[in-house]
Every structure is written in structure tokens, then in C-alpha cells.
Design a protein around this ligand. Structure first.
Ligand code: FAD
Length: 408
């Protein structure tokens, strides 16, 4: 059996950012990252929209609001240092119906409180900046600092960096068993590892890993599927910005929007429809029969309580699995869009939303839970990619022996 100071579970953007931060603080520490897949970024970190969010939506004081703006600056700098493509295109939020005027005012106010640059545009200014979109109220919000990066290229570069700094990355090494008291982890295809401290950054599996440590029992994951369509370049629709709807703030979801990827391809999506397994990316694949009753029970509970506008979300997003129902949302952003302009896209991700069994609601912020000799990151949904570097610092600040000044 070998011994390490830190065992990180999951080589997504967060696991790797945490490993990098630990190495910065303790250059001599032995750090191992366990990853069940053959490479980094097979799940959310390699399947997201790649938007470096500016941080305007989140309630002031929340971790999301505190970390997003700083994270975007650091992720942009990381792209530049590593010669990765980055588009500083900005974004525009347009209300799809007059009732969204109030939501837009709230978002503009939050932007001001969170220190995010945002400007209200009148109809003429909107036409000049982004002629392909429209506003149902005659005004829109322009957020100049939003950018788009390259998530897969970024995570690969980060994996190379941490490896070069001496972090051990063990791929094809799912954490199969754990003995928290003996501080011993057993990877599926390898020898037991003894650790001083463990960090759980297992994304879509973080609740299960935490439960194995005896932590976070009141929380359980609910997966939501993010499907995209690709805009046919022959549509002749050119965009200067990312175009987002003003979201329904009752629902924990930003709405179908456009993302212009760094290669110029324009995607529309993602959706946020309930999924039937943690890795249920395609059709029936990844449906987890053993988890279906639990998922159905939690969804039913939210539907009955209508917590966070869940009935509206379930009805709206469930139908968006089908092009016929997805199309109106996309067309409300781009009025010239026709159904034939939407091409199927291979891109699909799963949002790891965390259900709080005690409160019967979904977590809205990132959550850190402690157990003996371990810390668990739950609910790392958007904008966790943007916020990864400061979120890793924030997590390391909570590790008890950094208070004591030395590893246990
Ligand atoms: C459709 C979609 C669009 C998004 N768009 C954006 C965006 O534009 N901007 C933004 O900031 N955020 C966005 N996000 C959110 C962002 O992608 C995630 O918040 C972020 O990638 C989470 O990173 P992570 O490291 O926690 O998780 P992951 O990337 O899922 O990494 C966790 C890793 O843990 C591994 N693992 C799990 N269990 C085990 C185990 N038992 N043993 C070993 N390894 C294990 C997994 O294989 C995985 O590689 C989006 C998310 C989705 C789904």
C-alpha cells in the first residue's frame, strides 16, 4: 500500500484545480488524483458551453456571486498563458415577453451589486450591436465581459500542468471502496492508497462518494440533461455576441441560449430536462435502474411542492427533448430562425443538481461538506467551470490543517 498526503477523487476541472492549488501551498506534498475514466474531462468539464460567465445572475453574497467574476478573469488568463483560443465576445440578454421586464431589472441590479459591468440598451442600440435578435420590451441588457473558452483544451492543459508539478493522475481508477477511519481508499484496478486527507470532487457522483465517507446524507444528486442543437451555417445568421433570454428567475436555469464556440460554430441550448441516470447522455444508455425509484421520488416531491418553479421547468424543459418544442425557445432569440436551420449536435452534458432531502428543494449554491479527514464539494453546477480556480482556493482554505500550518 502506498501513502499520500492528499487524495483527490475526480479529474474534472475542479479536481485538477484543487490538486494544483494544494501543490502551490505545499510543494512537497504527495498528491494523487483518482479518475474513473481514461482521461480528464469526459463529463461536465469537457461537455459544457465553455462560457466564462461574468457573474451577474447570482444572489449577492452567494459563493457563485463571490467567485465567478474572479474565476472568469483567471480562466481567461489561463487560456492566454497556454495559447488556448478565447473569444471575448460579450453577451446580450433579451426579454422574450413583456413579463420579463421586471426580471431584467432584478438582473441589472444584481450585476451592479456583484460588480459586473452591464448596460441597458434601447431598441436602436440593440439593433446596432446584435441585429439578429429582438426584444419583447424594446430594451435588452449588454454584458461586455462574458467570454467563451475551450473547455476540453483547457482541462487537458491543466492535466499536463499538474502532472508536470508532480501530481500523480491515476486514470481508469474508480474509487471502489473507502475506509474513512483507516484513511484507506481502494481503486477498482489498483492497490489500496493510504491518505492523510481526501477531497471529493467527483461531480455527478459526488453525493455517492460523500455517502461512502459517511457525509452529506441529506443530499442526493438529481441529474438534468443539457441537449444542444447546432445552427446550420447556411442559415446566414451571424452573431456578434452570445444571445441569452432574460431567465425566469423562479427556475434554476438560464434558458436556451446561443453559444458561439471558439471554432465559430453556433450552438443553441442547453436544455435542463430531468434525466434518468447520472450518465444518461444518450437515449436509454446510462439509465440506472437501481436509482430510478429514488430519482422519480425526488422529482415527484418537487413537482408536488412546486419548489423553485419546478412544475413550469418540468413542463417546459421535458418537452424540449423534441425539436418541435425546442424550436420556439430558439426562435424567440433569433426571429429569422427556421426549423431546418437546427442541426442535431453530438454535444450533451448532465447538470449535477443536488436535492436537499430535508428541505425538499434543489441546492442553489456550491456546497462544501466536511467529514473526518475529508471534504466534499457538492452541487458544482454552472458556473463552476468559470469559477474553478477561486473555488479550489476557497475549498483549500477550509481544509483544517492549513489552519494549523502543516499537513497532518
Ligand atoms: C450542459 C452544460 C453546460 C454548462 N455550461 C457551462 C458554462 O458555459 N460555463 C460554466 O462555468 N459552467 C458550465 N457548466 C458547468 C460546468 O461544466 C461544471 O460545473 C464543471 O465542469 C464541474 O466540474 P467538476 O470537476 O465538478 O465535474 P466533472 O467534470 O464531472 O468531473 C468529475 C470527475 O470525477 C470523476 N469521478 C466520478 N466518480 C468517481 C469515482 N468514484 N472515482 C474516480 N473518479 C470519479 C468523473 O469521471 C469526472 O471526470 C455546464 C454544465 C453542463 C452540464
Amino acid at each position: 500500500m502506498r501513502t499520500v498526503d492528499f487524495l483527490v477523487i475526480g479529474a474534472g476541472i475542479l479536481g485538477l484545480s484543487i490538486a494544483r492549488e494544494l501543490k502551490r501551498r505545499l510543494p512537497d506534498a504527495a498528491i494523487t488524483v483518482l479518475e474513473k475514466e481514461a482521461e480528464a474531462g469526459r463529463h461536465s468539464s469537457g461537455r459544457n458551453s465553455g462560457v466564462l460567465h461574468s457573474g451577474l445572475y447570482y444572489p449577492p453574497g452567494s459563493l457563485k456571486a463571490r467567485l465567478c467574476r474572479q474565476g472568469a478573469a483567471e480562466m481567461a488568463a489561463f487560456h492566454e498563458e497556454h495559447g488556448l483560443p478565447l473569444k471575448r465576445c460579450g453577451k446580450i440578454l433579451t426579454p422574450a415577453a413583456p413579463r420579463f421586464a421586471d426580471e431584467m431589472a432584478i438582473i441589472a441590479e444584481r450585476a451592479a451589486q456583484n460588480g459586473v459591468k452591464a448596460k441597458i440598451l434601447d431598441e436602436r442600440a440593440l439593433r446596432e450591436l446584435e441585429p439578429e435578435t429582438r426584444s419583447a420590451t424594446g430594451s435588452a441588457l449588454w454584458v461586455p465581459d462574458t467570454a467563451v473558452g475551450a473547455p476540453l483544451a483547457a482541462i487537458r492543459a491543466l492535466a499536463r500542468d499538474v502532472r508536470a508539478q508532480g501530481v500523480e493522475l491515476l486514470f481508469n481508477s474508480e474509487l471502489a471502496d473507502i475506509s474513512p477511519q483507516r484513511r484507506q481508499a481502494i481503486p477498482r484496478n489498483g492497490d489500496a492508497i493510504h491518505f492523510a486527507y481526501a477531497i471529493n470532487a467527483a461531480g455527478l457522483h459526488a453525493d455517492r462518494v460523500a455517502h461512502r465517507f459517511g457525509a452529506a446524507r441529506r443530499y442526493a444528486l438529481l441529474p438534468f440533461k443539457g441537449l444542444y442543437w447546432k445552427l446550420n451555417p447556411d442559415a446566414g445568421i451571424r452573431l456578434n455576441h452570445l444571445v441569452y433570454p432574460v431567465p425566469d428567475l423562479r427556475i434554476l436555469y438560464l434558458g436556451v441560449h446561443t453559444t458561439t464556440a471558439v471554432d465559430g460554430a453556433i450552438y443553441l441550448g442547453p436544455t435542463a430536462a430531468p434525466a434518468w441516470g447520472r450518465e444518461n447522455y444518450l437515449g436509454l444508455r446510462g439509465i440506472a435502474p437501481a436509482e430510478l425509484p429514488r430519482i422519480a421520488r425526488h422529482l415527484a416531491r418537487m413537482f408536488i411542492s412546486d419548489q423553485d418553479g419546478f412544475r413550469a421547468q418540468a413542463w417546459q424543459e421535458g418537452r424540449r427533448y423534441f425539436k418541435r418544442w425546442f424550436f420556439p425557445a430558439a426562435q424567440s432569440l433569433l426571429p429569422r430562425l427556421e426549423p431546418r436551420h437546427l442541426l442535431p449536435a453530438a454535444k450533451v452534458g448532465l447538470h449535477p443538481r443536488i436535492f436537499d432531502r430535508e428541505k425538499g428543494e434543489l441546492l442553489k449554491d456550491f456546497l462544501l461538506e466536511h467529514s473526518e479527514n475529508a471534504i466534499h464539494l457538492l452541487g458544482a453546477t454552472s458556473p463552476a467551470w468559470t469559477s474553478a480556480f477561486p473555488l479550489a482556493r476557497h475549498l483549500c482554505d477550509q481544509i483544517p490543517f492549513f489552519d494549523r500550518g502543516e499537513p497532518a
